[in-house]
Design a protein around this ligand. Structure first.
Ligand code: IPE
Ligand code: IPE
Ligand code: MG
Length: 251
C-alpha cells in the first residue's frame, strides 16, 4: 500500500462493516419460502420462485462485498419427503437456475459448484450441473456452491464408504486416517469451512447442513423469511459476525 492509500484506507465501509474482516465463506440455510407464500394466500411454490429470484440478488451482493465462498442449501436429502408436486416444482426451479446461471451471472466471474448426492437427480439436472460447472470453472471470483440433495450425514456416510474401500484395497491403514483425510473425502474437499452460517425464517437448527464443516462456524439466525432477506440483513449478519470472538477452544 502506498502512503496515500494508507492515509485514505478506511476499515469501516459506509455499511459499518470492517472490510478487513469479511467472512471468507458464508453458508445460508435459505428457509421460509413456504410460509412467505402462505402468508400472502399463495401456493408454496410461489414462495420458492421468489426465493430463487432472491438468491440471484444475494449472490451478486456477496460477490460485491468480497465474500469468497457462498454455499446455499437448496434441497436436503430429507426434502424428498415433501409432496411430489412440491419436489417437482423445486427441481424445475433448480434446473432453471442452473440453465440461466451463466447468462445471468455473465461478467460476475462466479464459479458454480454443486454438492450433494447426484445419483437421485434427473439426467437433465445432472447434465446442467456438469455444463455450468464446466463453463464457470476458470472463473476466479466468488465460488457459489449449491447444496442439492445434500445431507451432512449422507456426506459422511459416503466418505466412510470411500475410506473403507481404500482400507480393503490395502491403500491405507486405519491409523492413516485423520481429520484432514476425512475432510478431503467430503464434497467440500476444496472449500474452506464456513465462517458464518445464516439461517432465515426463525428456525434455530442446522437441519443436516455441513455437519462436519460447521464445527467452528459462527451461527446467525433471523426471523426474516428467505424471499424477504435483503442486503441490509446480510450486512447486519456480517457486522454481528465481526463482533464475535472466535476462540476455537482457546482463551
Ligand atoms: C426453504 O423454504 C426452501 C427449501 C427447503 C427447499 P421452505 O420450503 O422450507 O419453507 P417453509 O420453511 O416451509 O416456510
Ligand atoms: C432446510 O430447510 C433445508 C433447506 C433449506 C434446503 P427445511 O425447511 O427442510 O428444514 P426443517 O425441516 O425445518 O428442519
Ligand atoms: Mg423450511
Amino acid at each position: 500500500m502506498s502512503f496515500f492509500e494508507k492515509l485514505f484506507a478506511n476499515k469501516e465501509t459506509e455499511t459499518g462493516m470492517d472490510s478487513r474482516n469479511i467472512p471468507q465463506h458464508v453458508a445460508i440455510i435459505v428457509d421460509g419460502n413456504g410460509r412467505w407464500a402462505n402468508r400472502r394466500g399463495m401456493p408454496r411454490n410461489y414462495g420458492h420462485r421468489e426465493g430463487s429470484k432472491n438468491l440471484k440478488k444475494i449472490v451478486k451482493i456477496c460477490s460485491e462485498i468480497g465474500v469468497r465462498y457462498l454455499t446455499v442449501y437448496a434441497f436436503s436429502t430429507e426434502n424428498w419427503k415433501r409432496p411430489k408436486t412440491e419436489v417437482d416444482a423445486l427441481m424445475a426451479l433448480l434446473l432453471e437456475y442452473l440453465k440461466n446461471a451463466d447468462v445471468e451471472l455473465e461478467g460476475e466471474n462466479i464459479k458454480i459448484r454443486v454438492i450433494g448426492e447426484k445419483k437421485e437427480l434427473s439426467e437433465e439436472i445432472k447434465k446442467e450441473i456438469h455444463k455450468v460447472e464446466e463453463s464457470t470453472k476458470n472463473n476466479s471470483g466468488l465460488t457459489l456452491t449449491i447444496a442439492l440433495n445434500y445431507g451432512g450425514r449422507d456426506e459422511i456416510v459416503s466418505a466412510v464408504r470411500a475410506i473403507g474401500r481404500e482400507i480393503k484395497k490395502g491403500v491405507i491403514n486405519p491409523e492413516d486416517i485423520d481429520e484432514k483425510y476425512i475432510s478431503q473425502r467430503l464434497y467440500t474437499a476444496d472449500i474452506p469451512d464456513p465462517d458464518l452460517i445464516i439461517r432465515t425464517s426463525g428456525e434455530k437448527r442446522i437441519s443436516n447442513f455441513l455437519l462436519w464443516q460447521s464445527a467452528y462456524s459462527e451461527l446467525w439466525y433471523s426471523d426474516v423469511l428467505w424471499p424477504d432477506f435483503r442486503r441490509e440483513h446480510l450486512i447486519q449478519a456480517i457486522r454481528d459476525y465481526q463482533k464475535r470472538n472466535r476462540r476455537y477452544g482457546g482463551i
